[in-house]
Design a protein around this ligand. Sequence first.
Ligand SMILES: [Zn+2]
Ligand SMILES: [Zn+2]
Length: 366
Amino acid sequence: MDPEDVGCLSLCNHSLLETLGRDVWRPLCPESTYTQKQFLTRLERDIPTHFFCHTCSALHLGEQVNPPGPKYFVHKKIPCDDQYLVDNLSVITDAHPRESAYRFIYFHVKLAMKRHYYGPEHGISTESLFFTEVHDNISNTTLLSAEARICEGPRLCMRFQTWAVAYAPDAEAFVAEPKFLSVCEHINMKGDVLPQMVKLAFGKLKSGTPVAPKTLTCESCYVDYQLEMKQVGSPDNFSLVITKWLDLGAGLTAMDKKWLRYTFRTTFYGTQQPGIAMALFESAPGPSLDSITQTNNSYLVGDRYKVLMERWAWCYIKQYGKWSTAMKRRTAVHYFLRSGIILGFIVGMICVIVITVIDNKRKRDS
Ligand SMILES: [Zn+2]
Ligand SMILES: [Zn+2]
């Protein structure tokens, strides 16, 4: 039997621990060894509130991971959270001149897949990763939407859609302004490829012969994407709409190349077929691409996002779902206990005051 299995067995009860002896822990003690990681990965399956972190080689509380959107931030976050500042999907999610409020890190993949593997008591729901954000800029309005689905594999796939609405009489005027726009690290407005595609899409829209956009794939990081121009509201208001599909892998290790290729910590020498992330995402249950495009469009026409979305610091947001079930349960219990204690204290104080007043009155009367 492997040392990690013996270690798990010894945790069943005191008799087994005494029988097997305390030496069973010896192979598990050196930090960050393969055996220790295997042992903690096994423990993770039986502890719904925790997950195994490959960075720290430790079990962390799931509720100490911040959600990707800015609501429901936790005060006591996991110790390795800051290390992931460089290891997030910001190149994919930065759709605005200012930084996006949506910060997606690997633990979100890990926790969503944990729920898929072990059941609803574990991890987080894919709905808690949904997000829509609008930035009101001086010369344009930008929107980002994010959705997640568990797809065949199993693996976590995501669909992002970005809108950049600007007043522009022609294609040259449009591409001159939003230099922050990009598909990924390799395809952006600073190069030649994206401006050319935008001009082509602009020309098709202006000619009145719009065609369905093709699905393309970046040859470096394998992000699938579609690009089209749409008219939003008034005749000279146009938006570049970029939809991206990502395959983020099975959520088993932060060293998964399917994750690292988007965070640019590794070059992906995969054999992935172009368009596979899109095909996987669109074949899983959930709203269609047309549906999300219409929803995003409806936020922007007539600035309806100002009414339909929540004002949050420098932007408007719509954050779906609560955070982890464990956190929700704890918060409910916490508030109940806290409100009960406060109520009890107030009632107690009122009783003491009433008794004192009655007692004093009785003394005076006597
Ligand atoms: Zn950690
Ligand atoms: Zn790329």
